[in-house]
Design a protein around this ligand. Structure first.
Ligand code: ADP
Ligand code: MG
Ligand code: ZN
Length: 517
């Protein structure tokens, strides 16, 4: 219990006692001994009772003020926000649309024997619109929105957090259909290293409230976090926040959509091309884009204009990015390295693993710390051949090879950590589990040093294959890199188009914005 917090309030009765005692001493100096005998007891009793009453009143006030701080006085109104106010990627929006149905007519799903998600976790970098989405979900479903913020639960009296959680859920149940939103849930749901008693109790209350739900309830619990990797696994288990929606930084197209959403309420000069603004705001979050237009609007007012011009937006951008030139240059370089790395993975997947389908390749950073990613779905089959496994190793190692070509071997980055781990594990399994040796007839090795040498040889072969591919298809690799820098996310058809050379040649250099901006 944080007793030091109690002291200021506990001092009040003590202070009163002292005052009364002083009055008593003063009084005693002027009275006869018989009067003085009765008075001290009367006054002391008065002081004690008064002090106790005051102390209790303080406790009640404390309780109320913490209740307020914990957001227990949750908004219970239907937010005025709709999905039309959110410009997010299609995947996230589709998941949200599903939830609207769950809230509106849970009976239909129960009747069909479908399992309704209990908890949904929105995760992504700050400013990507998670809070906005939660409010829009309640608004779209037309149900009250009960919100608390995990950060408000930190350093509270033991038991207060838990009781707040319980009362929050009780209110939501009473409302019938509702969205319960726990923002910044990582503050209460961090992994179990040195968590305080209080957090433990709050978290347990949350977990038990969530498992107490019946499927027929139209209550959906939403939580948001910037750091899903720091969350306690207990929160992510089935029946809890088992549905996760990743809210990535907006790509080029989404940035344009976000800008148009926020431009709707502002007079814009017709010459402003939001596509161009979107192209120049790589890595901006939704919140930052909103801030950019807001800053531009303020500038337009200041100069007495009647609409926001391109010049206002440019000046606003300068203001926002002031003093960041160096980081901008560094960011741009990091973007190029990421693009070259991911383009190489894409190229190798398309060429060496033709049976896999490439879902998408992206250079938009993820909330999990990756600078970019390429997502490929392997074919469903029982057996994998030796040759094909070697190709998998090459696909994994080609990211680093690309960095070597681009930056030189002294300047490669730590961006290939996962790739190397994956390749090493595969090589090991090939030798130890599947008895596959490079270019050898005898399938079994028993001694560890021999096994290690064989795995090492597989890695070397994979690396050579990757390096060879980059050399023989350098033009295509570079073209994919440019395409990634320009579009940020590309799909299979775009990659195949580059490989089949049906695209018009792109001028050399790395144009980072579409032509004409
Ligand atoms: P988060 O909760 O992920 O940190 P917020 O929801 O608080 O982000 O976003 C802050 C503001 O940024 C929003 O109120 C909205 O004005 C703007 N914004 C962020 N993402 C989007 C988006 N996808 N579409 C429209 N506006 C957005
Ligand atoms: Mg938020
Ligand atoms: Zn990689």
């Amino acid at each position: 219990m944080p007793s030091e917090r109690r002291q200021p309030r506990a001092l009040l009765p003590v202070f009163l006692c002292v005052v009364i005692l002083l009055v008593f001493v003063f009084w005693q100096g002027r009275t006869t001994p018989s009067q003085a005998d009765a008075l001290p007891y009367g006054l002391l009793l008065l002081a004690l009772v008064g002090g106790m009453l005051l102390g209790r009143g303080g406790a009640a006030r404390r309780e109320r003020s913490f209740a307020h701080a914990a957001g227990a006085v949750a908004l219970a109104e239907i937010p005025p926000v709709r999905f039309a106010d959110v410009a997010a990627n299609e995947e996230a929006m589709n998941s949200l649309r599903d939830l609207v149905d769950f809230i509106r007519r849970p009976e239909a799903f129960v009747r069909m024997g479908a399992r309704i998600p209990r908890g949904v976790l929105l995760h992504g970098l700050p400013g990507t619109g998670k809070t906005l989405m939660a409010r829009a979900l309640a608004g779209e479903a037309g149900v009250p929105f009960f919100a608390v913020n995990g950060a408000d639960f930190v350093e509270m009296y033991v038991g207060v957090g838990a009781s707040r959680i319980r009362s929050l859920f009780a209110k939501a149940r009473k409302a019938g259909r509702a969205v319960v939103f726990i923002d910044e849930i990582d503050a209460i749901g961090k992994k179990r290293d040195n968590r305080s008693d209080e957090r433990e109790q709050t978290l347990n209350a949350l977990l038990s409230e969530m498992s107490g739900f019946h499927d027929g309830h139209g209550v959906v619990v939403l939580a948001a976090t910037n750091r899903i990797d720091t969350l306690d696994e207990a929160l992510l288990r089935a029946g809890r926040f088992d549905r996760q929606i990743e809210v990535p930084l907006p790509g080029l197209r989404e940035r344009e959509m976000i800008l148009s959403v926020h431009a709707r309420t502002k007079p814009m000069d017709p010459a402003v091309d939001l596509t161009c603004v979107a192209a120049q705001t790589a890595l901006f979050s939704g919140a930052k884009l909103e801030g950019l237009l807001n800053e531009a609007a303020i500038l337009a007012v200041k100069r007495g204009g009647c609409a926001i011009t391109r010049q206002d937006i440019d000046t606003a951008m300068d203001t926002l990015l002031f003093g960041q030139e160096q980081t901008l240059a560094r960011r741009q370089q990091e973007r190029e390295v990421t693009a070259a790395h991911e383009a190489a993975h894409a190229l190798a997947t398309a060429v060496l693993l033709p049976e896999s389908s490439i879902r998408k390749v992206s250079i938009i950073p993820t909330g999990r710390g990756a600078a970019g990613y390429s997502m490929a779905v392997p074919p469903e089959k029982l057996f994998h051949r030796k040759q094909e496994l070697l190709h998998h190793i090459a696909v994994a190692l080609i990211g680093r090879e690309a960095e070597m070509l681009l930056l030189g071997s002294d300047h490669v980055t730590n961006g290939a950590a996962n790739d190397i781990e994956k390749a090493a594990l595969l090589a090991q399994r090939m030798v130890c589990e599947w008895g596959m040796l490079p270019g050898s007839e005898e399938p079994y090795l028993f001694a560890q040093p021999q096994k290690d040498a064989a795995a090492q040889r597989w890695l070397q072969l994979g690396q050579q294959l990757a390096a060879g591919l980059l050399h023989s298809r350098r033009a295509q690799w570079e073209q994919l890199t440019r395409l990634l820098l320009e579009k940020e996310v590309i799909g299979e058809s775009e990659i195949r188009a580059v490989l089949s050379d049906t695209q018009p040649p792109v001028p050399s250099g790395f144009p980072c914005t579409p032509a004409g901006c």
